[in-house]
Design a protein around this ligand. Structure first.
Ligand code: ADP
Length: 249
């Protein structure tokens, strides 16, 4: 977020470098149940971001000192692959991935009914295969679908999307150029049934009115992402019941 470039990020007609309008999110694809050996899984694309999520559990919590006698712990490992960005990233855990893992775990703890599984662990692995800004939102959106696919009881899904500002315009769902050279980036995750906010960060600068406008766009878009999450789960259940039906014959 340098806020400075010669590149025109939004042209006079209000069109962005990837052809989107200012209030348009990138195309989203979600598929649940893509991995056989995980308890639940999800593959998600939003624009050029590609994310795979696997869920295990509830299972014995390791290391044991993390066990909570009153509820399950949600452990998240967000990892950006070395090949996920154009300039090769140093593989492995860094401060950024530790922070993102923690805030995704905290967002999920608001919806997972952890009190049902004392001492257990629910493990969520998020692999960023290709990154183009918005990966924490993409990872969280995929994680709640994978948790539902694993049959883990939850109050609701958690759709996430960012708003922000570039070239003086309030924008929905920033891409890499807008994130790098724009003036603000505001990832948001919500619980759609109550409109509670479970993740909200802001990096950069915006006026109060711009932030209000951005959040309005992001809330509306998060509800649309929610429908895409639900569709993915419906397709998964239809597929599973069809398979069960076939094996009964
Ligand atoms: P988010 O992906 O949630 O928007 P950031 O704002 O930290 O998180 O990162 C924005 C984008 O910058 C990422 O999606 C990715 O494309 C790129 N990026 C982040 N970290 C690195 C890194 N270590 N090396 C190269 N590119 C990176």
């Amino acid at each position: 977020m340098s806020g400075h470039t010669d590149m025109v990020l939004v042209n006079e007609d209000g069109i962005r470098i990837d052809g989107r309008r200012i209030d348009e999110k990138r195309p989203i694809k979600i598929e649940a149940g893509v991995l056989k050996n995980a308890d639940g899984s999800c593959y998600l694309e939003i624009g050029k971001n590609k994310v795979l999520c696997a869920v295990y559990g509830p299972r014995e919590c390791k290391p044991r000192h993390l066990q909570d006698p009153t509820k399950a712990v949600v452990q998240v490992k967000y990892n950006m692959e070395a090949y996920s960005v154009t300039d090769r990233k140093r593989p492995g855990t860094d401060r950024r991935s530790v922070e993102i893992s923690k805030l995704i775990a905290e967002a999920l703890e608001n919806v997972v009914q952890t009190e049902l599984y004392p001492r257990a662990s629910i493990d969520v692995y998020i692999e960023i295969l290709q990154a183009n800004a918005g990966t924490r939102c993409a990872g969280l959106t995929a994680a709640s679908v994978a948790l539902a696919d694993a049959g883990i009881p939850m109050r609701d899904l958690v759709p996430a999307i960012a708003c922000g500002k570039a070239d003086g315009n309030v924008l929905l769902d920033l891409n890499k150029e807008e994130d790098n050279y724009g003036q603000a980036d505001v990832p948001l995750a919500i619980v759609p049934s109550t409109d509670e906010i479970v993740l909200l960060q802001m990096d950069g600068n915006m006026t109060r009115a711009e932030l209000d406008h951005g959040l309005d766009m992001a809330f509306a878009a998060a509800h649309e992402v929610y429908e895409i999450q639900r569709d993915a789960l419906k397709r998964r259940y239809t597929e599973m019941s069809k398979k069960e039906g076939d094996s009964d014959e």
